[in-house]
Design a protein around this ligand. Structure first.
Ligand code: DC
Length: 219
């Protein structure tokens, strides 16, 4: 069973993917974390999105390992656990910018397909249903209002002790949506055969049961 979950930032994709993986006993792969890791490394090395040669060398010399500890995914970048660093707010924009570079996508999509081939899994991202796993058994496209997505991100960042301004978060999310939907290669869009779910005002349990109901239809 392969489950694809796509949608804009803060729509609840990773929360739901984790939940479904736990309920169904399958593997969860957070593909956004991989783009975040590449964005973080490029930033640390002072490489810009336009420096294709340097970026290619970086990609050729980067090892991203996905590990699972007590069901929690850890991202290990060249031997360093960067699971916390990649969640910092500034890394979100880096991930979005570097994800628009075709050589970055080609490398990460190849890894994602290889990982997905190994086991029953749920992948969340922007292009899972349209590009990474076009033959997924079931595809979801999660959305929520910009207002609610801003509130969720704000709560997540402040819970982690990051200082943040709500209006800036709202603007950043809106810019990132635009970036992700308008890039040339594999932009964020709903796959024709995806089930769209607006999670605005819905709690996790309600969305879980809606999704499980749909999954049961194809099992
Ligand atoms: O899901 P996230 O916020 O961690 O993703 C960070 C960025 O990575 C997102 O703005 C766009 C990019 N991304 C992508 O282009 N394709 C994916 N499958 C997952 C993420």
């Amino acid at each position: 069973m392969k489950i694809a979950i796509d949608g804009p930032s803060g729509a609840g994709k990773s929360t739901m993917a984790k939940k479904l993986a736990a309920v169904l006993g399958i593997t969860y792969l957070d593909t956004g974390a991989m783009y975040r890791a590449i964005g973080l490394k490029a930033y640390r090395e002072g490489i810009a999105t336009t420096q294709e040669d340097k970026l290619q060398r970086l990609l050729d010399n980067t090892e991203i390992n996905i590990q699972y500890k007590d069901g929690i995914q850890k991202i290990v970048l060249d031997g360093e656990d960067v699971s916390l660093q990649i969640r910092e707010h500034y890394v979100s924009k880096l991930a979005s910018d570097f994800s628009a570079v075709p050589i970055v996508r080609l490398k990460l999509v190849e890894m994602q397909r290889a990982l997905a081939n190994k086991a029953d899994c749920v992948l969340d991202g922007r292009d899972i249903g349209t590009y990474v796993l076009p033959d997924a058994d079931i595809k979801f496209y999660l959305t929520a209002s910009l207002e609610e997505r801003t509130e969720r991100r704000y709560a997540e960042l402040t819970a982690r002790g990051e200082k943040c301004d709500k209006e800036k978060i709202r603007q950043d999310i809106s810019n990132r949506d635009y970036n992700d939907m308008h890039r040339e290669f594999a932009p964020l869009k709903k796959a024709e055969d995806a089930i769209e779910l607006d999670t605005t005002g819905l709690d996790i349990e309600t969305v879980t049961s809606l999704m499980i109901k749909e999954i049961k239809k194809v099992q």
